[in-house]
Design a binder for this molecule. Structure first.
Ligand SMILES: *Cc1c(COP(=O)(O)O)cnc(C)c1O
Length: 419
């Protein structure tokens, strides 16, 4: 076995590893034409009464409805906005608790806290998604909703989660920001819970720079979300309002972004076919590598193949393996290293750890029995332990068979020396 590049040996490859971006890598003539068409129309705001039905935003909503097979869709300006609207739609607010996984983008927690509900952290399991058993443990009489996050393109255990939620009368919001286009047992992610939320920010599967989508089968939830996304615009969306009025925000999506997103949506199936097939090859290739561990869900149809994560014996080995892989030309990192400020890990959400609100106080914790709640190393120790010994490599649709060979060779080499 040749010497590790980390110690001066020849690296497996010298070519840079692929970028972590996906949809934006595909931007081309079609998207240009779609955006130019909007400029030529000079109709860049969505809710002009003329042409309301064939606005770009309406077209995008229609595509999501048919793509996901849901009754309603609402285009918004970010994934965070979609989560906020979904929480408002479900009635989550002051006095409520909302269960979220300890591993998700910080926006999931911030959306809950900004509405005055208390985020309750739930452990993830090795699938990187909500652990159903721990979810059950987190439920109290104040639990209003759970936000299930399909992290890194991996479908959470929806059957178990839906069953538990149903037994306790809890609303289920799917955060599919990282799993646009994912499936779970023949159902599209985002269409299984009470509401599904997507992000179209650049780090996601497809992108329009900034943007989001909310889907639901409930007319009531949809009307409430519409009301919140635009304090006045609901009058354009339904002739009969079936819910009482309340104040809204402005979370509207622009026509330019919607047009750009339509082009991206068209390309999504082929992007995902490629990432899924790549991931299957990688997982197959790592099957006999006994020094690392993969979750059973990795490389299955419940995994979009957006990144490779594997587990090693302990955090020290994970750090060493990530360093050594990077030296071999495969850019890798330890998911939780206790140093970098990765905002996907709850312990790095400073406002939550301090229970801090924007006004120098501790709202909403100060108003409820949750004043006692703590967010520290002991809140979700299993999540931290798991992520501490997790090594991650970004993947995308540009990964070639040659890249896969390099990756497998580098993992074997590093495993033989260090694991
Ligand atoms: C990106 C992301 C969000 C927020 O989406 P934005 O469009 O950036 O507001 C929410 N949840 C998860 C899991 C994400 O990855």
């Amino acid at each position: 076995m040749s010497k590790l590049a980390l110690y001066g040996g020849a690296p497996v490859r010298t070519k840079p590893w692929v970028s972590k971006y996906m949809g934006s890598e595909e931007l081309g003539e079609e998207e240009k034409a779609r955006v130019l068409k909007v400029l030529e129309k000079k109709r860049i705001f969505r809710y002009f009464p003329a042409g309301l039905e064939d606005s770009e935003c309406s077209a995008l909503e229609n595509e999501y409805k048919s793509f996901l097979n849901t009754k309603y869709a609402l285009a918004v300006n970010s994934g965070t906005s979609a989560l906020v609207c979904a929480l408002v739609a479900c009635g989550a607010g002051p006095g409520d608790e909302v269960i979220i996984p300890a591993y998700t983008w910080v926006a999931t927690a911030a959306a809950v806290a900004m509405l005055g509900a208390v985020p309750v952290l739930c452990e993830i399991d090795e699938s990187l998604t909500l652990d159903p058993q721990d979810f059950a443990r987190c439920i109290t009489p104040r639990t209003k909703a759970v936000i299930v996050v399909h992290m890194r393109g991996i479908s959470a255990a929806m059957d178990e989660i839906m069953q538990i939620a149903k037994e306790h009368g809890i609303r289920v919001i799917e955060d599919a920001a990282q799993a646009n286009g994912g499936v779970y047992k023949d159902r599209m992610l985002g269409s299984i819970g009470d509401a599904g939320c997507f992000s179209l920010q650049q780090a996601k599967v497809i992108t329009t720079g900034e943007g989001g989508m909310l889907v639901t089968d409930s007319e009531e939830l949809w009307q409430r979300a519409v009301l919140y996304h635009d304090g006045a615009g609901y009058q354009f969306r339904f002739s009969e309002r079936k819910i009482p009025a309340f104040p809204g925000q402005n979370y509207r999506l622009t026509e330019l972004q919607a047009a750009l997103s339509l082009g991206q949506l068209e390309k999504m199936p082929s992007i995902l076919a490629q990432t899924k097939s790549n991931k299957k090859k990688i997982v197959q290739g790592l099957k006999n590598q006994t020094k690392i561990k993969l979750a059973p869900v990795f490389g299955t149809d419940h995994d979009l193949g957006l990144s490779l994560i594997f587990y090693v014996e302990n955090g020290e080995k994970a750090r060493a393996a990530a360093e050594a892989l990077t030296a071999e030309g495969i850019q890798a990192f330890q998911v939780y290293d206790g140093v970098s400020n990765d905002q996907h890990i709850y312990i790095n959400w400073e406002f939550l750890v301090n229970k801090a609100d924007p006004w120098g106080g501790h709202y909403p914790w100060s108003l409820t029995p949750e004043a006692e709640i703590a967010y520290d190393e002991n809140t979700c120790p299993r999540t931290l332990e798991l992520l501490n010994r997790a090594v991650q490599v970004h993947l995308n649709q540009m990964v070639t068979d040659e890249d896969i060979e390099d990756l497998l060779q580098a993992v074997d080499k590093v495993a033989a020396h260090l694991l």
